[in-house]
Design a protein around this ligand. Structure first.
Ligand SMILES: Cc1ncc(C[n+]2csc(CCOP(=O)(O)OP(=O)(O)O)c2C)c(N)n1
Ligand code: SF4
Length: 300
């Protein structure tokens, strides 16, 4: 007998009509998010969705969760603050490759090493879509764009290798060319108790190249499960991640089999340990002022 889901995918779909270009990969990503949230079963009011700025960053508005379409590159710090203030919320973060790896790139290692329980979904289309097709940090060398008329001279970054080496506990890659796979990855990322990263090869139909489109992806994509990859094997995950620029591997690259405590758990533990011995906020601020003014701390 089929188990009835408490919330159907349509319960996470807002009344706002997406204004993405027809055929944009992000339509598939938001559908996969609705389906994954339905499988998770938490009501929309227990979910907060934070994004930066870009075509992909419009996603929170297309859901019925609480949403914050924030500032370019600043989704992660806002999401961390939110999760820390209210750990009971399920917090999702979304944005583009420009938003996350260029202007917001400095936040990524720190969000990962802090390890709050967040799911970060990047729609990696290798271009700045919203601002009309400039070079992005994941554009391949030689790529001609509005800002690289003769072809890019820069080596692209490899987001999978980056997040693995920063220590993310869950790292996956999917594409809307495989909706079943993408939905499962997002659901698994949400269920992982810690920082989870999903890189989505979401085609930009307007500024992307032919070989990046859905039809081309379908012809070349290969699941990591089909090549026998064990997601608990960190070194093998690093090796598969090196293929990022020339192959399209989907699935879970790495899932930490022994997840460490999250930052919000550690903060709550510290609060419980200190209890009534914790300094009042006013005193902490006073000490901070003394310290920054070069004063001697008497009772810190
Ligand atoms: C501080 C700041 N700098 C630049 C911009 C302009 N801007 C808006 S979105 C964007 C890049 C979007 O590319 P990406 O994050 O890859 O998302 P996509 O639109 O491709 O989904 C830029 C440069 C801005 N809004 N704010
Ligand atoms: S410009 Fe590209 S990324 Fe933006 S909505 Fe259009 S197809 Fe999608």
């Amino acid at each position: 007998m089929a188990v009835e889901q408490a919330y159907a995918p349509k319960d996470f779909k807002s009344d706002l009509k997406p204004i993405w270009c027809p055929g944009c990969g992000d339509y598939g990503v938001v559908q996969a998010i609705y389906r994954a949230l339905s499988a998770i079963g938490r009501p929309p009011h227990e979910i907060a969705f934070v994004s930066g700025i870009g075509c992909s960053s419009r996603i929170p508005g297309y859901t019925t969760a609480y949403g914050f379409n924030s500032v370019h590159g600043r989704a992660l710090p806002i999401a961390q603050g939110l999760k820390l203030a209210n750990p009971d919320l399920l917090v999702l973060v979304a944005g583009g490759d420009g938003d996350g790896f260029s202007i917001g790139g400095g936040h990524l290692p720190h969000a990962i090493r802090r390890n709050l329980d967040l799911t970060y979904i990047v729609m990696d289309n290798q271009v700045y879509g919203l601002t009309k097709g400039q070079l992005s940090p994941t554009s391949v060398r030689g790529r001609k764009t509005a800002t690289s008329a003769y072809g890019s001279l820069e080596q692209p970054i490899n987001p999978l290798l980056q997040v693995l080496s920063y220590g993310a506990g869950f790292v996956a890659q999917g594409t809307p060319a495989d909706m079943v796979g993408l939905t499962a990855l997002i659901e698994e990322a949400i269920r992982y108790p810690g920082f989870a990263f999903v890189n989505v090869q979401s085609p930009c139909v307007t500024y992307g190249e032919e070989h990046q489109q859905m039809r081309a992806q379908k012809a070349v994509m290969k699941s990591l499960a089909s090549v026998g990859h064990d997601p608990a094997d960190y070194l093998k995950a690093l090796e598969w991640a090196t293929h990022y620029t020339h192959d399209l591997h989907t699935g879970v690259f790495y899932r930490n089999p022994d997840p460490p405590p999250t930052y919000e758990q550690l903060v709550r533990e510290r609060q419980a340990e200190l209890g009534r011995n914790a300094l009042p906020r006013e005193r902490i601020l006073e000490l901070f002022v003394q310290r920054t003014e070069g004063g001697v701390l008497a009772d810190s």
